[in-house]
Design a binder for this molecule. Structure first.
Ligand code: FMN
Length: 187
């Protein structure tokens, strides 16, 4: 069973990318194979209907669509910007939504966030659910938001035992759920 993992931040020192890496490692220990993507590698212009008419879907969005299509589920860790979805991520979702067949439809996704704030970016994840669910993604009901990420994330993962255990359990349950649906489809 294969997961595609990507963070909604372009920053090299992104807390969300770090959290995603730990979640990906947990998923691999749970038997998933994880394809770690970098949003920066799928460079695409701001969505522009005239550009789409003139030259179609940009190559970066096509490549992102291929990576998602090849996966059974998605791990997505995104910062919260102004209580909502970062523009780079929303722009990518908008381009993906124009691709046929639409690569997000029917995928299962687990949403994670990390922020130095005390709320951990959770409001941004609620905003992110809306376009994903509209596009037919089965967004996992539970989400994980790590507050004070600058203190709670270390090289070995989340350095708070209770929060680390919750992440372990959540990713494990998500991997199991994607596995069930993957084998139901293929069997
Ligand atoms: C434009 C902008 C808006 C932000 N808005 C919020 C916010 O609404 N809530 C929050 O918790 N943090 C907010 N932050 C802080 C980010 O959570 C913080 O920069 C975080 O580290 C970004 O994620 P990253 O480390 O993965 O790049 C904002 C940061 C920027 C640059």
């Amino acid at each position: 069973m294969k997961l595609f993992a990507v963070a909604g931040s372009l920053r090299k020192a992104s807390h969300n990318r770090a959290l995603l890496g730990h979640a990906a490692a947990i998923a691999e220990r749970g038997g998933a194979s994880v394809d770690l993507g970098e949003l920066r590698d799928f460079d695409m212009p701001l969505y522009d209907g005239d550009l789409e008419v003139a030259s179609g879907i940009p190559d970066g969005a096509k490549r992102l669509a291929e990576r998602i299509t090849a996966a059974d589920g998605i791990l997505l860790a995104s910062p919260e910007y102004n209580f909502s979805v970062p523009g780079v991520l929303k722009n990518a979702i908008d381009w993906l939504s124009r691709r046929r067949p639409m690569p997000l439809r029917g995928k299962r996704a687990l949403l994670l966030s990390a922020s130095p704030s005390l709320v951990g970016g959770n409001r941004g994840l609620w905003a992110l659910r809306i376009p994903l669910e509209v596009l037919g993604v089965h967004v996992y009901p539970d989400m994980y938001s790590l507050a004070q990420a600058h203190e709670k994330l270390g090289d070995d993962g989340v350095n708070d035992a209770a929060l680390a255990k919750f992440l372990d359990g959540l990713v494990g349950r998500f991997v199991a759920e994607v596995g069930v649906h993957t084998s139901a489809r293929s069997g």
